[in-house]
Design a protein around this ligand. Structure first.
Ligand code: AMP
Ligand code: MN
Ligand code: MN
Length: 316
């Protein structure tokens, strides 16, 4: 790892112009990590561009300098890709973005395809935010609010407020150091955990009314149809927070949320508490993720997706 950090440092020092790219359906870990590393690189005197590939969820718009995340304008020289397991996570424009002269891939997904020129991948890390913390520490950049707030937000959100199994003693030590520099921690909590909108609440009501539980499989499934989503006028981030909610129900190791994204296309979000490695389940559908949180896309309607998932789950 030390050697990889030194290689990354060398590339940073040589570059004048550095780009960092977000992923599709960006989450707190992704946006927080790019903003935090971006702020540190700026502090080192670099010209920093943060590239947008998808809409940023409303509850992350409080982060410092989030408004500077913009679509790509020119081919990146040195490019950081953070929190993205493969090139596909960069969306439709990925081919253009990946024409960058040099790519540094920093991630904590064990399914990472090592697509970078330098790959810093560590599946034991709770979040990409934690890895960015270590890199900034190695670079010797002093923390301040603009660096600490997004990175603390990244770690906090990918650990479900430091609850998930991936939270280690080191995770908490890093979070503690960051918190020393965070100006407004109430704003972080409010945005991450106390910002459920009316539409998001309506989505949860529908999902809870239609839960399907499979007690013998320790599995519970929630779902919502395209029809219902359209009726509510729900945007893509209006289904955020549904799967963690279902996963709070006692007695089921695996919680799955299915969203009919388009006619015949179902988006899967899976979580587990203790036993099942849901990344293996999602890999069966060309998706991926982590042991306790993973995702995929399945072709078919909701009932067909449930059938396919159950038979894949039984195989595990
Ligand atoms: P989600 O259920 O969308 O919150 O995703 C849970 C985790 O799985 C996140 O860490 C995602 O990065 C990962 N993930 C979701 N969808 C995919 C996919 N299609 N391919 C690879 N990883 C995914
Ligand atoms: Mn992510
Ligand atoms: Mn992450």
């Amino acid at each position: 790892m030390e050697k990889t950090y030194a290689e990354i440092e060398k590339k940073i020092l040589e570059a004048r112009d550095i780009s960092l790219v977000s992923h599709i359906n960006p989450d707190g870990d992704n946006i927080g990590s790019i903003l935090g590393l971006g702020a540190a690189l700026r502090k080192m005197g670099k010209d920093v561009h943060i590239l947008k590939v998808d809409d940023i969820p409303k509850n992350l718009l409080f982060l410092p300098r989030v408004e500077e995340i913009k679509p790509m304008e020119k081919r990146p020289d040195l490019l950081f890709v953070l929190d993205s397991s493969d090139e596909g996570r960069l969306g439709d424009g990925s081919k253009e973005i990946l024409k960058a002269n040099y790519i540094i891939n920093i991630d904590h997904h064990k399914s990472n395809t090592l697509f970078g020129d330098i790959n810093l991948v560590d599946a034991s890390m709770s979040s990409t935010g934690e890895m960015v913390y270590d890199l900034i520490d190695f670079l010797g950049v002093e923390l301040d609010n603009e660096i600490a707030t997004p990175i603390y937000t990244a770690i906090n959100s990918d650990t479900g407020s430091f609850r998930y199994e991936s939270t280690s003693p080191d995770t908490l030590r890093k979070a503690a150091n960051l918190l020393e520099f965070v100006d407004n921690k109430v704003e972080i909590t409010k945005n991450l955990y106390q910002s459920r909108t009316k539409v998001q609440t309506e989505v949860i009501k529908i999902v809870l009314n239609n839960l399907e539980s499979f007690d013998d499989l320790s599995l519970i499934i929630g779902k919502i149809s395209l029809n219902d989503l359209e009726r509510l006028g729900a945007q893509s981030d209006d289904t955020e927070g549904v799967v963690p909610f279902i996963n709070e129900i006692e007695g089921y190791d695996v919680a799955i949320f299915l969203k009919e994204k388009e006619e015949g296309i179902v988006r899967v979000s899976a979580r587990s508490k203790e036993v099942c490695d849901v990344s293996i389940l999602c890999e069966k559908f060309d998706g991926g993720g982590h042991k306790r949180a993973a995702g995929a896309t399945i072709e078919g309607n909701l009932d067909e997706a449930i059938e396919k998932l159950i038979s894949a789950y039984k195989e595990l």
